[in-house]
Design a protein around this ligand. Structure first.
Ligand SMILES: Nc1ncnc2c1ncn2[C@@H]1O[C@H](COP(=O)(O)OP(=O)(O)OP(=O)(O)O)[C@@H](O)[C@H]1O
Length: 267
């Protein structure tokens, strides 16, 4: 669905009122403006939604995700997470917001190899120092244990990452993303390195985080099957958001991706 704005068509993801994430005219250029990775883009994601960001290689998906997550500063526009405009935050405040209100899951899970599974999950809490205790005063170890139990790894807390399979390591990364109870989880190709069965388990966990944890998940993926786990899919091509789909299924997503790959535009 779209509403018209001056500069571009604007996908509005269902349930946008009180959005967890709002991009307003967010663009990113490189080399003094010669390379436009992302044209000014508007996107509002409602709380408790699972959204896939899709598009051909080089269409700007990772750029959008990095700007939305406060990992990169856009060239123009504003990003709000739970209504907080992140461009106005100091580096220290942005770091704190990223640590406490945002979770990250990447294709390469970035676990610290020398730390145990439980220590890896507790890391965002430990970096938070005095604020690490949960709402009822439980400590970091207890919170990490709850997050690990939620991804089915409650019995692997003392292992180091190398002792786990790739899929189990990705589940640890999801536990680490969940442990701070973030408003938004950004996932960049979280199943890109996994076999279909393990990918299924990881996507089920993200779906559960939305349905039972009330989290919002924004996931970059190339995979129509992964997109079918989402509430909505939005499609980028050549740095522009050109289409959105409610309740995507793999067949329809695949058809749009083929059209985008062929012509660079949505039908
Ligand atoms: N640091 C950079 N300097 C110059 N150009 C860049 C830089 N980062 C990204 N780009 C360009 O911006 C465009 C969008 O890149 P981006 O990584 O966002 O695409 P993507 O859709 O995530 O691609 P993929 O699916 O292959 O990961 C590409 O043309 C890319 O070459």
């Amino acid at each position: 669905m779209f509403r018209r704005r001056g500069r571009a068509q604007v996908p509005v993801v269902a349930g946008a009122e009180g959005g967890a994430l709002a991009l307003d005219g967010v663009g990113r250029t490189y080399r003094g403006g010669d390379v436009v990775a992302l044209h000014p883009t508007d996107l509002v994601v409602g709380r408790g939604r699972f959204v896939a960001v899709m598009g051909p290689s080089g269409s700007g998906k990772s750029t959008l995700l990095q700007c939305a997550a406060g990992l990169d500063r856009p060239t123009c526009g504003t990003v709000r997470v739970e209504g907080v405009e992140i461009g106005e935050l100091s580096e220290a405040a942005l770091t704190r917001l990223r640590r406490e209100r945002i979770g990250f899951v990447f294709q390469a899970h970035n676990l610290v190899p020398s730390l145990s599974v439980a220590e890896n999950v507790a890391l965002p809490l430990m970096l938070g120092g005095a604020d690490a205790a949960g709402p009822t005063g439980e400590g970091t170890a207890a919170r990490a244990a709850v997050a690990l139990a939620a991804v089915g790894l409650g019995d692997r807390t003392t292992d180091i990452p190398a002792e786990l399979s790739g899929g189990q390591q990705q589940r640890v990364a999801i536990a680490r993303a969940l442990v701070t109870d973030p408003a938004v989880i950004f996932a960049d190709e979280p199943t890109g390195a996994l076999d279909p069965s393990t990918a299924h388990d990881v996507l089920a966990l993200l779906r559960q985080a939305v349905d039972h944890g009330g989290h919002t998940v924004v996931m970059v993926t190339h995979d129509p099957t992964a997109a079918a786990w989402c509430d909505e899919a939005v499609f980028l091509t050549q740095g522009r958001l050109v289409a959105a789909m409610d309740r995507p299924d793999a067949g329809r997503v695949h058809a749009v991706m083929r059209r985008l790959g062929r012509r660079g535009v949505a039908a």
